[in-house]
Design a binder for this molecule. Structure first.
Ligand code: 6R9
Length: 590
């Protein structure tokens, strides 16, 4: 165990809590310490008027059942890659999601059936997710960047019955469907109206919803009924599906109120995350809409100019983004900032990776606001460790636990350590949004709990003031631009390439993306290393796994270091790559 002086972790001065008069809008939580004494999650449960007559269905809470004045408010303000703009009020979404629910019901969907949504970030993605939730399906949103292998693994693991996709993405699904017999119907969302010849197992979305009612009676939904599944990478096996309940909406709404500080009558909120990632559902859908807030969704990719233009055009007030994006904005420079009117912004937040102190200081300089870091995971379902608006921000620290959350640093025997020690970051599993299982992997789920703590897999420390500081992961999982990538998935894909004999994959530190995926590859007889081969292998992984998971760096090696039981020693690859001590090599094969 390493003991560190966490308070000296950063040389950056603390940003002190603004005076009451400095807030453009008075934060919901004005004093962290006082608030912690009285708050528990059931406060929010009551505020959300839960349980309702039909229980806890997220679609009822987020879309259907707001007071009349909220129903008229824009819920989704959407801009497409092609510049097309669409606005949907809560009332509009109630109708559209009801139609989607009928579509699923008419196809025979039963409670608990798995529906995957493999779409671009278009309005129908949101409609289909909530439509499926109305029918009590377990919904899995997938990144549009996924290749056939990533989709296949998830469908097979979950035995998905329905997949929703678009003509542009469909070919990646078509190639693997013969290996996915559980899929009965593929629903094709064709915004262009160009897809004219559906196959027998395909259903055209827009044709079908024309003839169904636009109201839907949401059945009674228990708080423990499953709602959303997000796959998250592991170190050894394939990605595991973390399953959430409808009840999760309670802590997603609470954190949207106290952390995002959403004041729905006046805020315009933009979460830049894709719904394939938990941030894009917990905070791109559930939390903010449970409060009745207006959300901006931009379909297109990152570009500094476009992002600033979005903030300017839609007068975004609350902005939730990620460190890699912030670093790319820093790289784009201060001049670009000056070209746009960003004066609407009042509250900035970040998640997914450690937020560098420089980024916080830079944000304050160019936007006039401090980025507030938030820490959480797919498994926790909502933010857990946070820099609140009404709290001193120590640049480099993840902040303090949300009221209702108990966090600790544990030793290797799962006992709490005093402030100043590095150890396992653990949480009491109390938040309504804590995951309920890993699909088909209850054993792995159970193994994440020790002495009543949920073990996060991160290493961190706690300082005397109760602030948490992130050290790293306690496993081999790679965090590249906020995406968690399991080395095993990439290795498995690499060895499917005809030239690759063996592969070992590590995360290599990178100034912009935090880490990049680096692969060490040994070639089969008859193949010789070349730049062309490198590019071919990279293309191969991009196409069949996922665009964000391909190795940006490949090093050809004669052989890979392995344990006596044949496991690739990634730790050793990494130590050698970074010129660090090799540590214990007793298990290394001769
Ligand atoms: C929401 C989300 C979770 C892992 C987590 C940690 C890293 C997330 C962080 C952070 C340092 C932060 N992480 N937020 N590390 N500071 N503020 O990111 O979910 O994709 O499951 O990733 O990401 O390692 O354990 P997920």
């Amino acid at each position: 165990m390493t003991t560190v002086s966490t308070t000296q972790e950063t040389h950056y001065p603390t940003f002190h809590k603004p005076a009451a008069s400095e807030f453009a809008v008075k934060p919901w939580m004005d004093n962290y310490e006082t608030f912690c004494k009285t708050y528990d999650w059931n406060v929010t449960e009551k505020e959300l008027r839960l349980p309702r007559a039909n229980g806890y269905n997220k679609a009822t809470i987020c879309i259907d059942d707001h007071p009349p004045e909220v129903m008229k408010r824009p819920a989704l303000v959407w801009e497409g890659t092609d510049g097309k703009k669409e606005i949907y009020t809560f009332e509009d979404l109630k109708r559209e999601t009801s139609k989607a629910a009928h579509l699923f019901k008419n196809l025979g969907l039963q409670k608990g059936d798995r529906v995957f949504v493999f779409l671009e970030r278009i309005p129908e993605l949101y409609m289909v997710v909530f439509g499926a939730l109305k029918t009590q399906a377990l919904v899995g949103p997938l990144f549009a960047a996924f290749g056939p292998d990533a989709i296949k693994d998830r469908i097979q693991d979950c035995q998905a019955r329905y997949v929703v996709t678009s003509p542009a993405l469909k070919h990646r699904l078509d190639s693997i469907l013969p290996e996915c017999p559980s899929v009965e119907k593929v629903i094709v969302v064709d915004r262009e109206g160009s897809y004219k010849s559906p196959q027998a197992h395909e259903v055209l979305y827009f044709d079908t919803i024309k003839s169904v009612p636009d109201t839907f009676e949401v059945p009674y939904t228990d708080k423990d009924d499953y709602s959303i599944i997000h796959y998250t990478s592991g170190t050894t096996g394939k990605p595991k599906g973390a399953v959430h309940r409808h009840y999760a909406v309670v802590s997603q709404a609470a954190t949207s109120k106290y952390v995002l500080d959403l004041h729905p009558e006046q805020d315009i909120y933009w979460c830049t995350a894709d719904p394939g990632w938990v941030t894009g559902t917990s905070y791109g859908m559930f939390g903010p809409w449970a409060l009745g807030a207006t959300s901006v969704v931009y379909e297109g990719p990152f570009k500094a100019d476009t992002w600033y233009r979005i903030i300017q055009d839609y007068k975004v007030t609350v902005w939730y983004t990620a460190p890699t994006a912030i670093r790319m904005l820093m790289k784009a420079g201060d001049d670009v900032v000056g070209k746009y009117d960003l004066s609407s912004l009042r509250h900035l937040l970040s998640v997914g990776e450690p937020l560098n102190p420089e980024a916080i200081v830079w944000g304050k300089k160019v936007y006039g606001h401090v980025f507030h870091d938030t820490w959480w995971q797919t498994e926790t379902g909502c933010m857990h460790i946070i820099n609140f608006p009404s709290m001193d921000v120590k640049p480099g620290s993840m902040g303090r636990p949300h009221p209702g959350v108990e966090g600790a640093i544990l030793d290797d025997n799962w006992n709490p350590l005093p402030p100043g020690s590095e150890g396992h970051l653990a949480l009491r599993p109390k938040a309504p949004s804590i995951f309920r299982t890993y699909w088909n992997r209850e054993d792995v789920y159970q193994s994440r709990f020790k002495n009543g703590w949920y073990i996060t897999g991160d290493r961190a420390s706690l300082d005397e003031d109760g602030y948490f500081w992130f050290f790293g992961r306690s496993d081999d999982i790679i965090n590249t631009a906020g995406h968690l990538v399991g080395p095993f998935e990439v290795e498995s894909t690499l060895i499917e390439h005809p030239a690759v004999a063996e592969a070992g994959v590590i995360g290599k530190p990178d100034p912009e993306r935090m880490e990049i995926v680096k692969a060490f590859v040994s070639l089969k007889n008859g193949y010789t290393p070349s730049d062309e081969l490198k590019e071919d292998i990279q293309r191969f992984v991009r196409n069949i796994l996922a665009a964000h998971a391909y190795p940006r760096e490949i090093e050809f090696v004669e052989s890979l270091p392995k344990t006596r039981s044949g496991k690739i020693m990634r730790r050793l690859l990494k130590a050698r790559d970074l010129g660090l001590p090799e540590g214990d090599t007793s298990t290394l094969e001769d």
